[in-house]
Design a protein around this ligand. Structure first.
Ligand code: MSP
Length: 655
């Protein structure tokens, strides 16, 4: 069947697309990024009650694929079939719940593209002429002399060659003024904002060239049915997928009526020009409304630049998912990078997120809470509860968090959306320290109070279970099972009211959500670094043998160490590497400046229990007063703050 399911009920609709991928190489973590983001957004909208159509697929035509198939000695369709299967398997592995997977080799798509091409020709938007220009085979793009960068392709920097051929052209300039006006009148049309100016100033204002839309030098494409020998040049074929998937110019117009115009096309910034100029112009020529938004996100870079197979620096999402888990990878991709900006991928940052945000913050909150509900109440929180003023702050945050998250999702601020959930998680961990349930548990007369404390924690976890679902579906599922909450207690509407669920079903602690990952540092170091470290260690061992370098217990006792709980944390205004922390040590709150900003975001530290050197002389670090020092383990690559993982309160002495 062509469509996965028919959707003809009357909820508000939301149509979201990813780019359709070239099945020429194995997909890397950069490709996965867009699709995971689209999936999270789609699941979020579904949870909010929208009738979502989430489209992804593959862009299978063109000279590049034809050549690759030839090199492999198979027909192009056999070549792409195999890779498309791998791509579908990858999306299954990554838990991508798309509604339809379009292939540009689908007969229905091909038929619609032929009709679109003919309509554009008959309307006079496409005409036949000759093309002479510089052609980049890998990008499948013609360039003019002035567009070349140092004689090479301006997009990929590779060699270009002169080509001349009979071809059809699209009169782009005809629609340029209308498009500029549309972009200016609709500030959300191109996002983020900075990319909009780039398109207007670099491409639209200098004047648009007519676009070559057919080729005769290869066969692997949709044939132009009224002019044998021509195949539709790949961008018209590819971009049309967004409407052919809805049955445009086909026998299924009801989906088109229902979902078009798209709410958002999510794409990488490298294909922004095609989506914000050629595509809207095509739609204008077809007399169709324009998509509401085109969002061009940044690239995931590696230290050596953009990921690409030719550079040999790709990161395989299958390997990473098998090693660290699908949800860890989904979380990391969406949390670590600001959606819209470029970000540099490194495995240490992934491990650090897993250990601190997932294992420590989320994993511990779940396991500590359920362990206490089991220990003190046999898995069911009693109905009798005693409130206290200290609860208000946490409760307020529980009820605000869904709304804050929604605001971020509406602006596609996916990292901030996740940060808002983690703010609640950190606040709940801090609430455990404030309320010390293990002390309440020792006193029979405090059972009602203990019941309230655990109820507040369970409510936090219920909200968290529901809100993380779009981002980390299987973790949410595991939490739901351990907390034993029915589906209807996790709906968007059910989150609105604090205390609306009574936890009458028995909770039970199962395996940890996220086991901590040990950084395999030695393996990751280059030979040179290894030798340096070895040399340093040898030196250390030698000196430690020297009696004079050993200290007495009295020397050690001079250093006063105490447990501190991080209450606030902000960036230093004048130094990128420094954070300013407000740390509670018993009754006292101290300000401490610490050089850990490259390894921790400010919000990830709030709620953590750290070890503080309390008898260090006061000092000013880049103009900010600091009273004390936070202990951390560090080597050349990574830094881990020393934390306390039990329930001892702040102010406790470390000996
Ligand atoms: N087939 C075209 C899209 C046609 S849409 C009508 C194409 N395919 S692609 O497979 O080369 O790239 C697909 C998407 O992956 C693009 O949006 C591209 O920006 C994105 N990415 C490829 N490498 C990337 C990173 N390293 N980081 C983030 N996204 C990256 O272009």
């Amino acid at each position: 069947m062509y469509f996965k399911e028919e959707k003809l009920d009357m909820k508000p609709t939301y149509y979201i697309t990813t780019p359709i991928y070239y099945p020429s190489d194995k997909l890397h973590v950069g490709h996965t990024y867009t699709t995971v983001a689209a999936d999270a957004l789609s699941r979020f909208k579904k949870m909010k009650g929208y009738d979502v159509f989430f489209l992804t697929g593959t862009d299978e035509h063109g000279q590049k694929i034809e050549e690759k198939a030839k090199e492999s000695g198979v027909a192009p369709i056999e070549y792409v079939d195999k890779i498309v299967k791998d791509i579908k398997d990858l999306w299954d592995l990554m838990d991508i719940d798309y509604d339809f997977f379009i292939r540009t080799t689908d007969p229905e798509h091909e038929k619609s593209v032929q009709r679109i091409f003919k309509k554009l020709y008959e309307n006079g938007d496409i005409y036949k002429s000759f093309y002479e220009g510089w052609y980049c085979t890998p990008c499948e793009a013609f360039w003019t002399e002035t567009q070349l960068k140092e004689g090479k392709c301006p997009d990929c920097g590779r060699e270009v060659k002169q080509e001349k051929e009979e071809a059809y052209f699209f009169k782009m300039s005809k629609y340029a003024d209308r498009l500029i006006a549309h972009i200016e009148e609709n500030p959300d049309f191109i996002q983020p904002e900075s990319r909009k100016n780039e398109m207007i100033n670099n491409f639209l204002k200098p004047g648009l060239q007519d676009l070559c839309v057919s080729r005769t030098t290869f066969d692997w494409g949709v044939p132009v049915d009224f002019d044998p020998g021509h195949v539709v040049y790949v961008w018209i074929d590819a971009l049309s997928n967004y409407i052919t998937a809805l049955g445009y110019m086909n026998d299924r117009p009801q989906l088109m009526e229902k979902y078009w115009p798209a709410d958002v096309h999510l794409i990488g910034k490298d294909i922004l020009r095609f989506h914000t100029i050629y595509w809207p112009i095509m739609l204008m020529a077809l007399d169709l409304p324009l998509p509401k938004q085109i969002f061009g996100h940044g690239w995931i870079l590696l230290k050596g630049g953009k990921m690409s197979k030719s550079k040999g620096n790709v990161v395989d999402p299958v390997v990473l998912s098998n090693k660290y888990g699908v949800d860890s990878l989904r979380y990391f991709a969406l949390r670590e990078m600001t959606f819209g900006a470029d970000g540099v991928y490194n495995e240490e940052a992934l491990i650090s997120r897993i250990n601190s945000d997932l294992a420590n913050d989320l994993g511990n909150l779940l396991s500590r809470t359920i362990a206490m509900v089991e220990k003190y109440f046999g898995g069911i929180i009693p109905l009798e509860k005693q409130e206290d003023a200290i609860d208000l702050d946490l409760r307020e945050l529980i009820s605000q968090t869904p709304e804050t998250l929604e605001k971020h999702m509406d602006k596609l601020e996916l990292s901030n959306a996740l940060a808002s959930i983690w703010k609640l998680i950190s606040r709940a961990n801090k609430y455990i320290d404030e309320t010390t349930p293990w002390i309440l548990g020792k006193d029979e007369s405090k059972k009602a109070r203990l019941s309230m404390v655990l109820f507040n924690l369970a409510e936090t976890l219920r909200v968290v279970t529901s809100l993380i679902k779009p981002f980390m579906p299987s973790t949410s599922q595991k939490m739901q099972e351990q907390l034993n909450i029915p589906d209807d207690a996790l709906t968007w509407d059910s989150l609105k009211e604090f205390g609306s669920y009574d936890y009458g079903m028995k909770m039970s602690k199962k395996e940890n959500l996220f086991p901590r990952v040990e950084l395999e540092k030695e393996e990751k170091k280059s030979e040179k670094e290894k030798n340096n470290i070895k040399a340093k260690n040898e030196k250390k061992t030698d000196t430690s043998k020297n009696e004079e370098d050993l200290i007495k217990i009295d020397d050690f006792a001079k250093v006063k160490l105490k447990v501190g709980s991080v209450e606030e944390c902000t960036k230093h205004p004048d130094a990128d590497k420094l954070l300013i922390l407000k740390v509670r040590i018993g009754e006292e709150v101290r300000q401490i400046v610490s050089g850990i900003a490259n390894h921790y975001s400010p919000e990830s530290l709030v709620g953590k229990k750290v070890v503080v050197v309390t008898n260090l002389k006061k000092s000013k670090i880049r103009g900010v007063e600091s009273q004390g020092m936070i202990l951390a383990a560090a080597n050349e690559d990574a830094l881990n703050v020393v934390t306390i993982d039990g329930g001892l309160p702040s102010g406790t002495e470390v000996r």
